[in-house]
Design a protein around this ligand. Structure first.
Ligand SMILES: [Zn+2]
Ligand SMILES: [Zn+2]
Length: 191
């Protein structure tokens, strides 16, 4: 095996299937658990790992670029699409309901909840994240929770059911909204 292009001089125990060079025990490719590759030298293993890391970094950068572009596109297009969709009068709007605790019925004590009609809503665009009490920790702290979300005639995003909450200001929500608006404008046949 070559060390800076000079043979290390130690008796070879195998030959690398990649670079065809003979390697000694020291120059054999070893995994972290000590297992030695029968037909791979240490430099080739190191090069392979380096190349895999470079490929992964390139792919990561490409994904980040695509995400940045999508975010910029969403920021630019969302207000326009929102205005376009509101201008349609939201023909697909469905009624939004909220369940509230009501007076127990005398003869039907199990019926403790009644449904209260709130107001018309958009065809629910889809799921977006809202800051809601974490049920696992008795309501604290508020955690992002995906809820069915709709658009009202005055351009507000609202949860389709449930009380009031704050919608998350996240890049994910921005992109979700953009994609939902595009889909809503494309019509029910194009999903
Ligand atoms: Zn090799
Ligand atoms: Zn060697």
């Amino acid at each position: 095996m070559l060390d800076d292009d000079k043979p290390c001089g130690v008796t070879a125990i195998g030959r690398c299937g990649t670079c065809r060079q003979a390697f000694c025990l020291t120059h054999q490719a070893h995994e972290l658990n000590g297992w030695g590759h029968p037909g791979l030298c240490a430099p080739c293993l190191a090069r392979g790992r380096r190349e895999a890391e470079e490929r992964a970094a390139t792919e990561r950068a490409a994904r980040q670029d695509a995400y940045r572009l999508l975010r910029a596109e969403a920021a630019e297009q969302t207000p326009l699409l929102m205005a376009q969709l509101l201008a349609t009068g939201l023909p697909g709007a469905v009624r939004r309901h909220r369940t509230e605790e009501g007076t127990p019925y005398f003869l039907k004590p199990q019926r403790r909840f009644r449904t209260v009609r709130v107001k018309p809503d958009a065809l629910p665009p889809g799921n977006m994240a809202w800051m809601l009490p974490d049920l696992d920790t008795a309501g604290h702290p508020l955690v992002p929770t995906r809820m069915e979300t709709g658009l009202t005639h005055d351009g507000q995003l609202v949860m389709m059911s449930g009380g009031s909450a704050k919608i998350c200001t996240s890049a994910e929500n921005e992109i979700t909204l953009y994609e939902l608006l595009r889909r809503a404008l494309a019509g029910p046949d194009e999903h």
